[in-house]
Design a protein around this ligand. Sequence first.
Ligand SMILES: [Zn+2]
Length: 387
Amino acid sequence: MLVCKSKSPRREKLGGPGESVRVRWIRCSAVVRLPPPAMDPEGLELERERHVLFLEMMMERLPSDFETQEINHLTLAYFAISGLGILGALDRVDKDQIASWVLSFQAQPRTMSDLDNGQFYGFHGSRTSQFTIDDSEVSSHNCSHLASTYCALAILNMIGYNLSNINSEAILISMRNLQQPDGSFMPIHFGAEKDLRFVYCAAAICFMLNNWTGMDKEKAKEYILHCQSYDGGFGLVPGSESHGGATYCAVAALQLMGFINADISSKPAKSVVVDVPLLVDWSLQRQAADGGFQGRANKPSDTCYAFWVGGVLKILGFYHFLNKGALRRFLLSCQSKYGGFTKFPENMLPDLYHSYYSFAALSLMEEEGLKPLCVELGITAINDNGI
Ligand SMILES: [Zn+2]
């Protein structure tokens, strides 16, 4: 879902037929008529208004290079709307219009007896995954997905929609069909991978709906614990290499499920379900000499891991051990003159994913003018309506 998995991290995605992406971005930026930002990273400030305009532009029309991400339309909306939330600019969006749009993606069972048919009745990722239900082929046409459902509920939560108005019973009862005997989740009811990302989504969905009937928490906990590696980090599946995104999913899910507490740093090690000293050591070692965080050992620093790994340290109560000044300088060196953030300092173009997690990382370090995060949910302060 939200984890960065690029195999060629330093390759800038440019081009396509006709003019380059860069030219189109420059044209878009010309429309908003902003002065050029300061060029010295040491002197850079967070250019809040430029970022708000960038996200508004993304809400209005995505560059054509996002075409391949059409199936993740709801996730892209989550990045833009959540970003505006962190920037304190949710007054720029039409909340009723957004709520109607998001709600239109929920897969609805024809009758409650459909909830026993093995399908998942969550939210679709985009309009193209919604097909007319056909009596003969219904099982292949419901493509609702755990990650899209997490994004839908997160958006609704942020804009103040009362979650008790949605058909949460359909989501939760059918979500049990996705949990595997080993405690993991697959994200869709047929033919999909299963790993920690979807355990996290399931936990966040139950938390936001304030109802844990959608999963077996003990089984999920056992699966998560099996994913902790010898070096203290977590891999996406048992036995795999430790990874910043997977480690966030593990720790945040355990926090949401109530298996670790906010004051874990003051607890004796034996009272905690995971090996905290090793986990904290692994997490702190992900901060590289340039101040940024890497997702795995021997990889370059990448803006998104400032949130994934920084979030782990924040949840565990060890955030004060990282070098905040160096991390801030790294993040601001990735601030794009077009608004938004890039993945690496040398990239020219921002993307929604790295922009959002840069805003989130700066919120963790209490950057002036940014709203605080609910770290384990990955969104701004929790809405009181319905959760
Ligand atoms: Zn990344």
